[in-house]
Ligand binder design. Structure first.
Ligand code: FAD
Length: 400
């Protein structure tokens, strides 16, 4: 089968990551990814293998047992995982474990870091779950209502979250809650705090209820609705400053969006690879269907758009550390938007190329298509990415 990757120049460390991740991914065949999707089964073996090889700690500093790498290496890793056939679902199974520990590095107190981060880097403990979204707030994150009230040396948390991924695979939940009501802060982004919740402890207290949300894309990674009822969290599990949690999330957000953009590129490449192979091999009217330009052109267009988006994503990954926050926001939102559009286009072209087999599970492109559609919704919708650029780059008035 053709190994299809759009071309970009890689550094030595990026090549090292690519080769290592590609080798680990090659231990899993398409039937493995397909089966995980069909049975809504978490890719435990794959996640464990990456943990054993230290890749879950790719962003953790070496002093905590991590690889001490940064965004340029992460985009390569995430692209490669998705492109291997694992798709967006498998990338999502890794993604949370890689990113949720980043705020801890920046904001947690030293004792907690020393206790937890080496175990996270070794894949022994996981912070796979991040709870921000709420049913009554949606994209307007500052409207969250989950509330943490200080009571002595604890916080008491009540409220509800929705779409919290991987809670069933995680030891800890990074939870965002209001510590001051929105009505009482001068700026709506203030008064939100970040907590590290020990999920075993929450269950022991009987203070956490959860219900899985049945869904049709990235089925291997489960998402949940959560309810907190007088959940007691030790005050030393407040991460960073009380009331500054929203800014702490924003801090690493743009680099995380670039990683997700790279996942979109990888998924698009996997879909395109399948489309091209099928176009060469399937014969109708005594010729390969790929002879027809009606088949060739959508595939070629997808390649061009993936190539352009990948160039931007990898370039942005190398620049974010040096740009100001508005410029990185524009780079990250533009990358995520274009990569998700290119991914969706490639998956759609691959399905069309397969004719009726485009919806047959055994050809995988229907799975890629479902996941490609999801990439236009998460972690922010395409409209919210456009809003950012309209407001911050084009200086158009904010509509909301
Ligand atoms: C599979 C999956 C996994 C997820 N995992 C997590 C997770 O682990 N943790 C977490 O916290 N969240 C998670 N999410 C939530 C995700 O981040 C949100 O679904 C997303 O941010 C959109 O919010 P919403 O679904 O409430 O849509 P809404 O905010 O209700 O938006 C609905 C529609 O209206 C549009 N819209 C709303 N406001 C505007 C506006 N001002 N301008 C233009 N258009 C607008 C949106 O673009 C969208 O098309 C997950 C979601 C999914 C589907």
């Amino acid at each position: 089968m053709t190994r299809l990757r759009c071309s970009v120049e890689l550094s030595d460390s990026q090549r090292l990551v690519r080769d290592n991740i590609r080798e680990l991914c090659s231990e899993f065949d398409d039937e493995y990814w397909r089966c995980n999707d069909r049975e809504a089964r978490y890719p435990t073996e794959f996640v464990d293998l990456l943990g054993e090889h230290g890749w879950l700690g790719i962003l953790l500093p070496e002093e905590y047992g991590g690889a001490g790498m940064s965004t340029p290496e992460v985009v390569v890793m995430m692209e490669e995982i998705a492109a291997s056939g694992g798709g967006f679902a498998t990338a999502q199974a890794i993604h949370g474990g890689v990113y949720n520990s980043v705020p801890l590095v920046k904001y947690a107190h030293e004792e907690l870091k020393e206790e937890l981060l080496p175990a996270v880097a070794a894949g022994e403990q996981s912070i796979q779950a991040f709870g921000l979204t709420e049913p009554n707030a949606g994209s307007d994150s500052t409207a969250i209502e989950t509330f943490a009230e200080r009571d002595g040396d604890e916080y008491v948390i009540n409220g509800q979250k929705i779409w919290t991924s991987r809670v069933d695979q995680s030891d800890y939940l990074l939870l965002m809650a209001r510590t001051t009501p929105r009505a009482d802060v001068d700026k709506r982004t203030r008064g939100i705090s970040m907590f590290l919740v020990d999920l075993a402890d929450a269950n022991r207290q009987g203070a956490l209820d959860m219900e899985q949300i049945p869904k049709t894309a990235s089925t291997a990674v489960h998402a949940f609705e959560l309810w907190f009822d007088d959940l007691r969290v030790p005050a030393d599990r407040l991460i960073g400053e009380e009331g500054d949690g929203f800014y702490q999330v924003l801090d690493g957000l743009n680099e995380e969006r670039l990683a997700i953009a790279a996942e979109c590129i990888g998924l698009g490449e996997a879909a395109l690879e399948r489309g091209v192979d099928y176009a060469k091999q399937r014969e109708v009217f005594d010729a390969p269907i790929g002879t027809n330009q009606a088949i060739q052109h959508p595939l070629a267009e997808s390649y061009m758009h993936l190539q352009a988006a990948k160039g931007l994503v990898f370039d942005a990954a190398g620049r974010v550390a040096d740009e100001d926050s508005t410029a990185t926001g524009t780079l990250a939102n533009t990358s995520k938007y274009l990569a998700a559009e290119a991914c969706y286009e490639a998956a759609d072209a691959a399905v069309q190329t397969h004719g009726g087999f485009g919806v047959a599970r055994e050809y995988d492109v229907e799975r890629y298509f479902r996941e490609a559609r999801l990439t236009r919704l998460v972690p922010v919708t395409q409209q919210l990415a456009l809003n950012y650029v309209a407001e911050n780059e084009l200086r158009l008035p904010r509509s909301y």
